[in-house]
Design a protein around this ligand. Structure first.
Ligand SMILES: [Cu+2]
Length: 232
């Protein structure tokens, strides 16, 4: 079935985002209908007819004040309604012991877990029902970390480390595209985030994040060599 509306939310803070999204969507939707209905009425009522002459007007001051103040008030109210969610989601990170380093580059997500040297390309593994603190960097241009089901989108900016977080309540495999046009291969820049049950995650971590697993993790090293060749 074609999924034409928002993808299902699996994040602890998704509902707060969706509520604001729907509120803004309905306000703009109603405004859109009213504006177009008024436009059509005016087109018909004031159409050119024989014998009709133009009437010059300087407009209506009360009307102009009204249509300036009402949208301004709506924007101020929307801002005030957004502040709690913005503050909770973007300005604070809940306490957690799970950190993941993500360094974006043209055109991959490079994922590293503190305490290990392993770099995973385009895949992240995390446990369900845990706050995941992401340390987001970029090594070249601006990229954007986007997981629609997590309701999370954050630019990765060269020269900055941006800390964001998410907590997922449903295990699964989630698509992880780059949402900022970042160059020729942008459309192919995507990864997958695997959200595991605690047992599955423990098993994955034991196999991939322990000292014994390190030799197996040579996968990403082929990548820089390829680039050097391409430059020559
Ligand atoms: Cu990108």
């Amino acid at each position: 079935m074609l999924d034409w509306w928002l993808p299902p939310n699996v994040s602890t803070y998704g509902q707060e985002i969706d509520w604001l999204f729907h509120l803004i969507y309905y306000i703009t939707g109603v405004t859109f209908v009213l504006v177009f209905a008024a436009m059509l009425v005016f087109l018909i009522v004031y159409r050119d007819r024989p014998g009709r002459t133009a009437r010059y007007t300087h407009g209506s001051t009360p009307l102009e004040i009204a249509w300036t103040v009402v949208p301004a008030l709506i924007l101020v109210i929307l801002t005030m309604l957004s502040v709690p969610a913005w503050s909770r989601i973007k300005m604070h990170v809940p306490p957690t012991d799970i950190d993941v380093n993500v360094t974006a580059k043209q055109f991959n997500w490079q994922v590293n877990y503190p305490g290990t040297d392993t770099v995973f390309l385009d895949e992240m593994h995390v446990p369900v029902n845990k706050v995941i603190r992401v340390h987001l960097r970029s090594q070249d241009v601006i990229h954007s970390f986007f997981v629609p089901q997590f309701r999370m989108k954050q630019d990765a900016v060269p020269g900055r480390e941006i800390i964001q977080w998410f907590e997922v309540v449903t295990p699964g495999k989630y698509e992880w595209p780059c949402a900022e046009l970042c160059g020729f291969g942008h459309s192919g820049m995507r990864g997958w985030i695997y959200v595991h049950t605690p047992e599955e995650y423990a098993k994955w971590a034991a196999e991939n994040l322990t000292a014994a697993a390190k030799p197996a993790a040579a996968k990403p090293e082929a990548e820089p060599k390829k680039e050097e060749k391409a430059k020559n």
